[in-house]
Design a binder for this molecule. Sequence first.
Ligand code: UD1
Length: 417
Amino acid sequence: MEAFYIKGGKRLVGELEIGSAKNACLPILAGALMCDEDLNIAKCSYFTDIEIMINILESLGCETKKEENNLYINSKNASCHIIKEEYTKKVRSSIFMLGSLLTKFKKALVAYPGGCNIGTRPIDLHLKGLRTLGVKIDEKHGFIDCDGSNMKAGFVHLDFPSVGATENLMMACVKLKGKSVIYNAAKEPEIIDLQNFINSMGGKISGAGTSTITIIGVDHLHSTNYTPISDRIVAGTYLIACAMTGGHIKLKNTIPEHNLAVITKLKQSGCDVDLFENEIEIKSSGKLKSCAIETQPYPGFPTDLQNQMLALQTISKGTGIIVENLFETRFKIYGELTKMGADITIRDRMALIKGVDKLYGATVTASDLRGGAALVIAGLSASGYTTVEDIYHIDRGYKNMENDLNILGAEIKRIEI
Ligand code: UD1
């Protein structure tokens, strides 16, 4: 078992380059299955979730070659349409493969992904959308069995702008003859990136980033060399860490527009934030003020930065309030933050946080990816030593987080326990 051992109280200072986004790379890798020619995904960040997605592609018969800055994929000889439970259990996003498996093979057999640590996470919207396009779906023995032999282009209206369902449906429609339209689509930047990736292979998708996405079916997808967008959640996490430690950092290779919701909240908390073309600079005195936050689909405040802001509010003057609208059990870290001296009350989907002067180091346990990251940044600001256990959750979406933070002057190391 690995843990992070943190000596708290160091200000984060310096510059850091942000890598590619996990949530952009995952659907792009799913989409790679749809093309029979050579693909290169440049600057792919090899988070654990990405490594598992590469294993899934290989299990389907795709050829892959990993280099530090390039991931080569050729799916010409892929012949298997089945994704086993051992994969869907490890990386929920493998459910995005339904759309690309249907485009490639006209059929898909994918193990049900089940619940997870932040909520039940149903996939009804994915399945309803596919059924609307004519896919016959049987759910039995823990598998989703899809027959796409009668799939036809059409329109789908989503009851809720689900990110995964939007991406799945975009991929299912790529080669359907005629025009398909997704209404009430999710508007996240990662969806624009998936559109751009598919179009770079000759796909005809427009409207991503708005609530109406149009897909004109094409017969063929061709070779491409594509660089995914940078990770707005990793960038946001480090901005919040800097705010909590009273630091001064500049993040490079990041898209400020993607983080306006968190930047606004950091300004309300008392930080100075300057935006440049591909850079964000933040200065914090360490004297923070409480604020109110409500998570929403993009461009609202992202649920994936909610736990990090919860950590920040624990040391902000006044009483902060956070409402979590996306996932029902996403306040799990409050017990761990309480061990560090935080004063948090949870009522259903709302957290009330009374700011304390400081947090104290403690041994705490990560139970999911972003909650784990929030515990690390709490440890950076706390007095004394913090051990964060079960950091395999954090590795799913932060590549060597300790290296990034040490570059910025933190004292954090990975230890065996
Ligand atoms: C994606 C992100 C995740 C982020 C989330 C919300 C990836 C790999 N993951 O997850 O990091 O936290 O968006 O921004 O990109 N829902 C249903 N039925 C469905 C699908 C979703 O009820 O069929 C509900 C979910 O329970 C949740 C909400 O819709 O309450 C949002 O989920 P969704 O946008 O689908 O999130 P993911 O795509 O799973």
